[in-house]
Design a protein around this ligand. Structure first.
Ligand code: ZN
Ligand code: ZN
Ligand code: ZN
Length: 388
């Protein structure tokens, strides 16, 4: 069972070719990573041995997936290869895979690969492979492939949104289970372990991160869950995520743990901080619609927080795109004038942090639709006051 129909990969490859032509490229060279998975469905191992998809820009030239001999089976059974959209060519242990790249390109294009002028490689391609390509394509200049693939990757189709929604709803259930479970007396690391187990139990194949930041640790946005023991009378920021069929979840909720003591509830300052934060997160989410610049969503959240006097306490961008990578374009940050479009999926996650005391963050994954922003996360955004 897969959420992305096999024929979709042929359409993506065709679209990538069109983008490569428009950018004046000779070829896209895509190694292991999210771009390869997006274009072929192949979740290849990130080995020191070369796996590489070659997408020549010229119409009619066959697409080649080069893989080490021992990876032949997974390469040949990936969606794009099984559908006949790419031809799989394997190399033996004693062969030079870069020579194979050059010969496949020469054959396909009907001219010497050393004549190629413009090549794009996936942004995360290992330096050793980039240098290898530069050796066999000595006259080419190189750019990162995100410049041509970003437009395709940012705009999620209905099947991709469905996977993001499945991931988000699973993460919602995990956050609520954690909020309703025992917390006081446990270490952050212990709770983080429970988060990871629950994400897997809820259908994630990968549990990627689990931030459990209690008390003063909640003032550090990327706190690494540690040996601190959770007590009554303090907040916990829970920021968790993983992958469902490669597509990410990423949710943050803030709890206040009373330990069952009626006098250990949130103090007035925390309540005020949280009210401002919740308003900022809502205003930013509601500002989402096609044509609005990414930086305007950031400004929407930041203005609310700044007007309330917490401006210096919100020191990260408002959000990041999400899809086959946990952080990808578009970034909701000042200076990014990219207009939102239907299908863009990203986090909206303002935070307010009072160093040494406490902090809070609220994060949803929001999809831009023609009708406006739609949050894929549905867990309540109110401060969750729990006995713990
Ligand atoms: Zn983060
Ligand atoms: Zn997060
Ligand atoms: Zn995030």
């Amino acid at each position: 069972m897969s959420g992305i129909p096999a024929e979709r990969y042929g359409a993506r490859l065709a679209a990538a070719r069109v983008e490569a032509q428009a950018a004046g490229l000779d070829v896209l060279c895509i190694g292991v990573g999210a771009d390869l998975r997006y274009l072929t469905g192949y979740e290849a191992l990130p080995l020191e041995r070369l796996t590489m998809l070659l997408v020549p820009a010229a119409d009619g030239v066959p697409l080649t997936l080069i893989a080490p001999r021992l990876e032949a089976t997974p390469a040949r059974t990936c969606a794009a290869a099984a559908a006949g959209a790419v031809e799989v060519v394997t190399w033996e242990e004693t062969e030079d895979p870069m020579a194979l790249v050059a010969s496949r390109l020469s054959e396909g294009l009907g001219r010497d690969a050393s004549d190629l002028r413009a090549v794009a490689v996936n942004d995360s391609l290992r330096a050793a492979f980039v240098l290898g390509l530069q050796r066999v394509l000595p006259n080419a200049s190189f750019i990162v492939a995100s410049t041509v693939l970003r437009r395709l990757r940012m705009r999620k189709d209905a099947d991709e949104v469905a996977l993001l929604r499945r991931a988000a709803q699973a993460a919602d259930r995990v956050v609520l289970a954690i909020a309703n479970g025992r917390l006081v007396g446990r270490t952050e690391a212990d709770v983080a372990r429970e988060v990871r187990e629950r994400l897997l139990a809820e259908g994630h194949e990968v549990s990627e991160f689990s931030i459990v930041a209690s008390g003063p640790n909640s003032a550090s946005p990327h706190h690494d869950a540690g040996e601190r023991v959770i007590q009554g009378g303090e907040p916990i920021v829970v920021d968790i995520g993983g992958q469902v069929e490669g597509y990410g979840s990423d949710i943050t909720r803030t709890l206040w743990v009373t330990g069952g003591d009626a006098t250990a509830g949130p103090d007035p300052e925390f309540l005020r901080l949280y009210e401002v934060l919740q308003r900022a997160q809502a205003v930013a989410s509601e500002a989402v619609r096609p044509g609005v610049a990414c930086e305007a969503i950031d400004a929407a959240a930041r203005d609310v927080i700044t007007e309330a006097g917490f401006g210096p306490n919100f020191f990260h961008r408002t959000g990041h795109g999400i899809g086959l990578e946990g952080h990808e374009e578009p970034y909701l940050v000042e200076g990014n004038s990219e207009p939102l479009a239907a299908g863009y999926a990203f986090s909206v996650e303002p935070g307010i942090y009072l160093e040494g005391r406490y902090g809070a963050r609220i994060e949803d994954i929001v999809v831009c639709t023609d009708a406006g922003g739609e949050s894929l996360n549905e867990a309540p955004r109110d401060l969750l006051v729990v006995a713990g």
